[in-house]
Design a protein around this ligand. Sequence first.
Ligand SMILES: [Cu+2]
Length: 108
Amino acid sequence: MKQFNVIIAIALMGLSQMALASVKVTVNGMVCSFCAQGIEKSISKMDETKAVFVDLKNKVVVVEAKEGKTLNEKLISEEIKDSGYDVVKIETISQTVAQFRAQQKDKK
Ligand SMILES: [Cu+2]
């Protein structure tokens, strides 16, 4: 039974990663809402971006891809660096921007 659950968990993980790919970027140097706005604006301009969420408190930028599109992590990272911030870490998460937002709210 335990093994069975593990298989289901792995299958679900695979599914969610296929269905929704968001990129979570940890950024250093964002201090105010102007920083957040600037980053949000420049990443929103990208063709494959569906939604952007900048979390100043946790210093993360979450970018969600449009359906069927793949986010260009390198481009996102460069865009943030060009705006004058440091990219500490970039990773793929299986949440949408809306889900990530909701999760941050729950933490408070
Ligand atoms: Cu600022």
